[in-house]
Design a protein around this ligand. Structure first.
Ligand SMILES: O=C([O-])C(=O)C[C@H](O)[C@@H](O)C(=O)[O-]
Length: 313
């Protein structure tokens, strides 16, 4: 977007709307398909979202090289052209994450999503030092993604927030209600909170009650109208509409997603094929849905009707 928005402005803006996590399209030979990516982003920019996270988890960050991440982010900045703030994935070890942060800043991103360090578990002081180094390497706002091997607790997070003004967000992919409650009680409005469990719609309404005002919607990739209607229902605390969206679409989708490891991402790429936006296969070690599973997904999408799936433009 390359605006003069401060890290805090970006974070506040993110907290006030739904967040898009676009898939990264690949050609049959698994090379990045820039043309399809641009087309997808241009289409999604017609919908009202608060931020677009290029090369996030759904964007197969883990299978991209650092050079590819920089390219994907640069393309996202160019294609969105100020229509929506662009946040970039960064991660792996501290040195690589700092390089990625700097590359994203150079590419014109508006902020960063710091994914967990590669593979190792860590104690709070080590994880804090990692987060601090990344924050200090960039002027961009940083959202820390708590997930798997990287869980920063309220005490360490509070210490980091005191010294790092550009630590602006906390994305939760853990689903520990006590932890989330402790973090929000401790830090309140100091941070923007993002729900980031797989298929985040599932948890959106209860999370709202814990101070988590937004979430990363992977299904927004292929049913953007449904995703925005669902988000609006969550924000107005319309329990009946949320329950219907869960019953009609999200919970049956999760049933397919749960069949094989890695399907949280694969099912989104299958969804792209269903709506005529084929964004290619997933990269290994992920595997694509079978033809039969994709047909099940297509039936689900048909059930919420094209109007409901794609409306709200
Ligand atoms: O980095 C990411 O792609 C995610 O945060 C994961 C998804 O967007 C997740 O929230 C989901 O599946 O809805």
């Amino acid at each position: 977007m390359a605006t003069a928005l401060s890290p805090v402005d970006v974070a506040q803006r993110l907290g006030a709307g739904l967040l898009s996590f676009p898939v990264t399209p690949f050609a049959a030979d698994l090379a990045f398909d820039e043309t399809q990516y641009r087309s997808n982003l241009d289409w999604l920019c017609g919908y009202d979202v608060a931020g677009l996270f290029a090369a996030g988890g759904t964007g197969e960050f883990f299978s991209l090289t650092p050079a590819e991440v920089a390219r994907v982010v640069g393309v996202a900045v160019a294609e969105t052209n100020g229509r929506v703030p662009v946040l970039a994935g960064a991660g792996y070890g501290t040195a690589i994450a700092c390089e990625m942060a700097q590359a994203a800043e150079k590419a014109g991103a508006d902020g960063l999503l710091l994914l967990p360090p590669y593979l190792v578990g860590s104690e709070q002081d080590g994880l804090s030092a990692h987060i601090e180094a990344v924050c200090r390497s960039t002027g961009l706002g940083v959202i820390v993604y708590n997930r798997d091997n990287a869980v920063i607790g309220p005490d360490a997070l509070a210490r980091l927030c005191e010294k790092l003004p550009n630590l602006v967000g906390y994305k939760d992919g853990i689903g520990d209600i006590e932890l989330m409650t402790r973090v929000y009680s401790r830090l309140g409005d100091r941070l923007t909170y993002i729900g980031g469990l797989p298929t985040a719609e599932t948890f959106a309404l209860p999370y709202l009650e814990m101070g988590v005002t937004t979430y990363s919607s992977a299904v927004f990739n292929f049913v953007p109208g449904f995703a925005l209607d669902f988000y609006a229902a969550v924000r107005r605390r319309d329990r009946a509409a949320v329950a219907q969206g869960l019953r009609d679409f999200i919970l049956p989708l999760i049933e397919i997603r749960n069949r094989r490891k890695g399907y949280a991402v694969s099912i989104i790429k299958a969804g792209m094929r269903v709506v005529g936006r084929d964004s290619g296969p997933v990269r290994h070690p992920l595997t694509d849905l079978t033809a039969a599973e994709q047909a099940e997904l297509a039936a689900l999408v048909a059930r919420i009707s094209p109007a409901q799936a794609l409306a709200a433009e």
